[in-house]
Design a protein around this ligand. Structure first.
Ligand code: SF4
Ligand code: ZN
Length: 403
């Protein structure tokens, strides 16, 4: 297969920086962005069909940020609905095989950057990206027999597509409800992001969705079965060494091996001690606020500064790259609903601040008592205002009674 730009795993991890940027799709400047993989019946997918709805790369003004919807439809006699999130996450991997093409984040956070060099070499159409996906899916995952790809760059059409994708994400996230770490025999790991963060390892449990938010326990299980030598794998639990922060002996062994010794202890449910590493595509950040001994939550789509004065991009720079950074973790937003959310630190009783939209989204998972005690940007824009608010509502962190 011949493409205008080179394609291969050697380009994973390649970044497209501001000075090299031709255009970007999605990302923080764009509201309408989404990607979805869907399994269809064999006769519903025309293999190799690539559809572009809206202007193409070559039609768009250099330097701009544009909306994007990507829909990958796959078919194969042995495919199962459970595999959809696995195939969806491969959009990230395969797109990053393309020279001068950087894919980050996922779902309705997706962000794609295309370099000037790539456009000069002929990457002037999304058709080429579609061809790469059509080529790679069946060759990397033989269980897939047919692939069709649709790119939507028309803002209105992306907006129309978005609600159906959000419904699918919600259904996937709800599947793991009720399943606990104690009842399952194994967890799953993912190292897909090591191309950008070489020492990063994700450990995914029924009570800890991946930090990208795109891989839950069921997805890890499906992925490890479809592609046992792929980036997602089985992780045995071993002995529970610390029930509070949640340290398992065999998880530690896997983390040490897969991080090439960079991390050897993982607390699955704490921002302190040896927290989980963060790559760069986390949906949100849990960050310790020492002045009030509480934890704040900041999401990627929150514009402006968080309560500690840092915007998302600054804070993300501090914790990304596969390091264990005490006081910070990157996390999937749905992790807030987990009964084990930061169990070692006091859980939601330790949370003092989060964006209003997140608090509303999580309303049914936060106790009524705590709901009114957690500040948002409407209550506190800085630490002084936060301290005043927490005192007023008698937040448990003010008396140290959060555990
Ligand atoms: Fe895999 Fe974690 Fe990266 Fe998601 S964030 S793709 S689970 S390594
Ligand atoms: Zn990542």
């Amino acid at each position: 297969m011949k493409f205008n730009v080179e394609v291969g795993p050697q380009f994973e991890g390649e970044r497209v920086r501001k000075d090299d940027l031709y255009i970007e799709f999605g990302g923080p400047k764009v509201g309408a962005k989404v990607e979805l993989a869907t399994i269809k019946k064999m006769d519903e997918v025309e293999h190799g069909k690539i559809t572009i709805i809206g202007p193409d790369i070559g039609d768009l003004a250099e330097g701009g940020s544009y909306p994007l919807g990507v829909q990958v439809e796959v078919a194969g006699p042995e495919l199962d609905k459970d595999m959809e999130p696995v195939f969806e996450r491969r959009i990230h991997q395969y797109c990053n095989y393309i020279e001068g093409f950087m894919h980050s984040a996922q779902r309705n956070d997706v962000w794609i950057r295309i370099s000037k060099d790539a456009v000069k070499k002929g990457l002037t159409s999304l058709e080429e990206v579609g061809k790469v996906l059509v080529y790679l899916y069946p060759s990397e995952l033989p269980i897939i027999e047919k692939v069709a790809v649709t790119f939507i760059t028309d803002s209105k059409k992306v907006e129309e597509f978005l609600p159906s994708a959000l419904t699918v994400y919600k259904e996937r996230d709800e599947r793991v409800k009720g399943l606990t770490e104690e009842v399952v025999d194994e967890f799953y790991g993912c190292t897909l992001c090591q191309s950008f963060a070489p020492t990063h390892v994700c450990i995914i449990t029924p009570e800890r969705v991946s930090l990208c938010g795109a891989v839950n326990w069921f997805d890890g299980r499906a992925a490890s079965k479809i592609d046992p030598y792929g980036p997602q794998f089985v992780v045995e639990k071993g002995e529970l060494l610390d029930a509070n922060t949640t340290i398992y002996s065999k998880v530690n062994e896997v983390v040490a091996e897969k991080s090439m010794g960079a991390s050897s202890v993982f607390c699955l449910h704490s921002v302190f001690g040896n927290p989980h590493t963060s790559c760069g595509c986390f949906e949100s950040i849990a960050f310790y606020i020492p002045e009030v001994d509480g934890v704040g939550i900041l999401t990627r789509d929150f514009s402006g500064e968080s309560v500690n004065g840092s915007p998302f991009s600054t804070m993300a720079g501090e914790l990304s790259g596969g390091k264990q950074v005490e006081g910070y973790i990157g996390m999937g937003v749905e992790y807030l609903r987990s009964p084990k959310f930061l169990k070692g630190d006091g859980g939601l009783r330790r949370v003092v601040w989060m964006p209003k939209v997140v608090k509303e989204r999580m309303k049914d998972s936060i106790s009524p008592e705590m709901f009114d005690k957690i500040a948002t940007e409407e209550h506190a824009k800085n630490i002084d205002e936060l301290t005043e608010f927490l005192n007023k509502v008698k937040h448990p962190v003010m008396s140290g009674e959060f555990s």
